[in-house]
Write a protein that binds this ligand. Structure first.
Ligand code: BTN
Length: 326
């Protein structure tokens, strides 16, 4: 009912009467009055005028399923959105829900994470009300070895959505960071539950630093936020919706070929690694070289100092000029 009332308030050009809402929803005017009061407590500015009804003056930038579903133009991703004020980690919660049978496309989102997970066991700082901490549960019919490309699919979606909404020059640092002015504004963590030849589910975790004003000193050289880079705050709900919409578009393209064929050109255009010197660590042997491209299988091609092209599928990649690497 709350979702429907928010929708009616949003769609009304002017006042909408309690009677009209109650007729449309088939519930009493008292029930509506109670929901309106709850909405006011949540930060919605709603004017109530006798004999005219209710008028929505402004909505808060809260990430609840009602707000996020309003005008969300997707079929799969976000068809169900489960929101929390506080969670340990949206990836953890998404994995739990997926094991309990949550459907393909379900999105878990939280205002705050108390134990946000980064890659390789790192913590992900996730303060309340200032970022986007969300995880999508996907059940793609693709081979497990092709699932890691989903990180790249989601990364490109975040990059495009950030560019569209903020006009900031966001780029992708392969494989799972989005950077603005050489610092990280988003990290992605993809986890999978599969059998040898069958994916049960994939959880794509997305963390975007939106309106964070300051980072702890140890992260100051590496992390930034859209607010710091753009000198203004941004509406998180708008960014969530565009990210999910673009993600779905690229996800369908990925499903069509089970790889990145249909999006790789765009990916390479936005990938900051291309043409730069990199050092790849965490493999049997470190590699230093120049990045040629990312392939349609999501691999990084690095031309090493002997002129040989090396195919990199994993490892920690330091890019010259990014996060203080010189
Ligand atoms: C990284 O860059 O190390 C990956 C960071 C991923 C953070 C996001 S926030 C939403 C989701 N839930 C988590 O616990 N982690 C991911």
């Amino acid at each position: 009912m709350k979702e429907k009332i928010i929708q009616l308030l949003n769609e009304a050009d002017d006042y909408i009467s309690g009677e009209e809402i109650s007729k449309q929803l088939g519930v009493s005017r008292t029930a509506i009055w109670k929901v309106i009061n709850r909405l006011k407590e949540e930060g919605y500015e709603i004017e109530s005028v006798t004999r005219k009804g209710y008028r929505l003056l402004s909505s808060p930038d809260i990430l609840n399923s009602e707000e996020l579903h309003y005008n969300l133009n997707t079929e799969i991703i976000g068809n169900k959105i489960i929101n929390f004020d506080k969670l340990d980690s949206t990836n953890q919660q998404a994995k739990k829900l997926a094991l309990e049978g949550a459907s393909n496309g379900t999105v878990v989102i939280a205002e705050e994470q108390t134990a946000g997970k980064g890659r390789r066991g790192k913590m992900w700082v996730s303060p309340p009300g200032t970022g986007i901490w969300m995880s999508a549960i996907l059940r793609p019919s693709v081979m497990p070895e092709n699932a890691s490309m989903l990180t790249l699919v989601a990364g490109l979606a975040v990059c495009k959505a950030v560019r569209e909404i903020t006009n900031l020059e966001a780029s992708i640092k392969w494989p799972n960071d989005i950077v603005v002015n050489g610092k990280k504004i988003c990290g992605l963590l993809t986890e999978m539950n599969s059998e040898i030849d069958f994916i049960n589910f994939v959880v794509v975790g997305i963390g975007i630093n939106v309106n964070i004003e300051k980072f702890p000193p140890e992260l100051d050289n590496i992390a930034t936020s859209l607010m710091i880079e753009g000198n203004q705050s941004y509406q998180r709900k708008k960014l969530v919706k565009r990210t999910l919409e673009i993600f779905e578009d690229y996800y369908k393209k990925y499903l069509a070929t089970e790889d990145l064929t249909k999006i790789i050109e765009e990916y390479n255009e936005h990938c900051i690694n291309i043409g730069r010197k990199v050092r790849v660590t965490g493999r049997k042997q470190d590699i230093t070289g120049n990045v040629k491209c990312v392939t349609n299988k999501g691999e990084l091609i690095v031309t090493d100092q002997q002129g040989e092209d090396i195919v990199v599928t994993s490892g920690e990649v330091s890019v010259r000029g990014i996060y203080g690497y010189v």
